[in-house]
Design a protein around this ligand. Structure first.
Ligand code: S3P
Length: 432
């Protein structure tokens, strides 16, 4: 039942079926950016068509890139890194942190003036993490709190490569810097506190750029020119994760999710579920465009509380931690998530917003500066707020699977940020 933008989910007896999820959001953003920087025609299949990736497409169009989308296929005509044109209006990254952090890298290489903004959420999220190294490379970036908050203005130039140690683990920042290096001179070295998703490294390598990677260090000679890409984007693990979680906590379930990207930088959720006693089967592993892809089969399991604190694991599961917290509500015992302060600067402060929802459905959950504790118990149901955050909305839809009563979620259309087809796909499994 839908009331306005509120969506109500009744508990289910059984989840069953074979599904595929839409293309990976992180990979879709990168495919559009790299295709726009390459000289020539790139063909991308199974592109994620969602608000976030369309923010990237729109920004690139405003910079003069031709992007034709038919269904989930995109044809991008790239004009090389010097082929962008000064935008006549303000670029808008919408809700998308990935668009903002990456495009700042690209704009910094351009000999023109641009202004970037975003929606109410994005205008509160930190940009200093990318503005500081880009400024060190030679870009002129200005905005509130020393360019920490959008809107920011950029006057790009011919940058120089630097040796930069990132204070926070962020694949968005790493990617912004890697793309900036393509329009710089010298050598670029990026050091991460822990390894984050490496989709950019893989995609640049596949398009002929020589990228040296050793654990947490990425190095590339500047000014390399990527070739156009032809690729099929794998299914988004972060979208699949909702159905993995749902299958695990369901009373009865047999779900097969096919063609899912299982890049190890993304699959921390599987490790966490296994650590808690969940059964997740990975079959039919193969590679597409340098990315590992597989089918994932899930059945219900009895979960036990655990401690999640390893920073590498946190980075590998960062977008799934709200879902982990929801699954932990169904586990026996207490689950503690630590070292996850990055959750506070996502689309919402996800430490706060997930705890708020858990408490509203009858679970004892507490927030800490850098994490959450969740006491497994009975999820009674009730009304929760998504706070306009796509992953919070979907995590609580998952909770309804085994709740006592219905769960109503407000502002459910937030799912359009990453997964517009979530509801019909979820209903396919519920109606089986
Ligand atoms: C992303 C990196 C992560 C992740 C986000 C997508 C990316 O953010 O949370 O959803 O595509 O690079 P950070 O770079 O801020 O860790």
């Amino acid at each position: 039942m839908t009331t306005g933008n509120q969506q109500t989910f009744a508990p289910v007896e059984k989840l069953e079926g074979s599904i595929t999820v839409p293309g990976d959001k992180s990979i879709s953003h990168r495919a559009l950016f790299i295709a726009a920087i390459a000289s020539g025609i790139s063909k991308i299949s199974n592109l994620l068509i969602a608000n976030d990736t369309m923010s990237t497409a729109q920004c690139l169009r405003s910079l003069g890139t031709n992007i034709a989308v038919t269904g989930t296929d995109a044809v991008v005509t790239g004009n090389g890194i010097s082929g962008f044109t000064e935008p006549s209006g303000i670029l808008d990254a919408g809700n998308s942190g990935t668009t903002a952090r990456i495009i700042l890298g690209l704009l910094s290489t351009q000999d023109f003036f641009s202004v970037l903004t975003g929606d109410d959420s994005l205008r509160t999220r930190p940009m200093k993490r990318v503005a500081i190294p880009l400024t060190a490379m030679g870009s002129i970036i200005d905005g509130r709190d020393h360019a920490n908050y959008l809107p920011v203005s950029v006057r790009g130039t011919r940058l120089k490569g630097i040796d930069y140690t990132m204070p926070a683990a962020s694949a968005q920042v790493k990617t912004g810097l890697m793309l900036a290096s393509l329009g710089a001179k010298g050598v670029m070295t990026i050091r991460e506190p822990v390894a984050t998703r490496d989709h950019t490294e893989r995609m640049l390598a596949a398009s002929g750029v020589d990228v040296k990677v050793s654990d947490t260090v990425v190095q590339l000679v500047c000014s390399q020119k990527p070739l156009p890409v032809t690729m099929t984007v794998p299914g988004d693990f972060s979208s699949a994760a909702f159905f993995i979680g749902a299958g695990i906590i369901a009373h009865s379930a047999d779900i097969l999710i096919t063609k899912v990207g299982i890049n190890p930088g993304r699959t921390g959720f599987i490790d966490i579920m296994r650590q808690m006693g969940g059964t997740v089967e990975i079959t039919n592993m193969r590679f597409e465009a340098g990315e590992p892809v597989a089918d994932i089969r899930v059945r219900p399991s009895n979960l036990k509380g655990t401690v999640i604190e390893d920073r590498r694991l946190i980075a590998r599961a960062i977008d799934e931690l709200p879902l982990v917290a929801v699954c932990a509500a169904f586990a026996q015992g207490t689950t503690l998530i630590k070292n996850a302060e990055e959750l506070r600067v996502k689309e919402t402060d996800r430490i706060k917003t997930v705890v708020d929802g858990l408490v509203k459905v009858g679970i004892k959950a507490r927030e800490f500066r850098d994490g959450i504790s969740i006491e497994g118990g009975t999820v009674r149901g009730g009304s929760v707020s998504s706070f306009g955050d796509h992953r919070i909305a979907m995590a609580f839809a998952v909770a309804s699977v085994s709740s006592e009563r219905e769960i109503s979620i407000d502002n459910f259309s937030a799912v359009n940020i990453s997964f517009p087809g979530f509801l019909p796909l979820f209903n396919t499994l519920r109606r089986a």
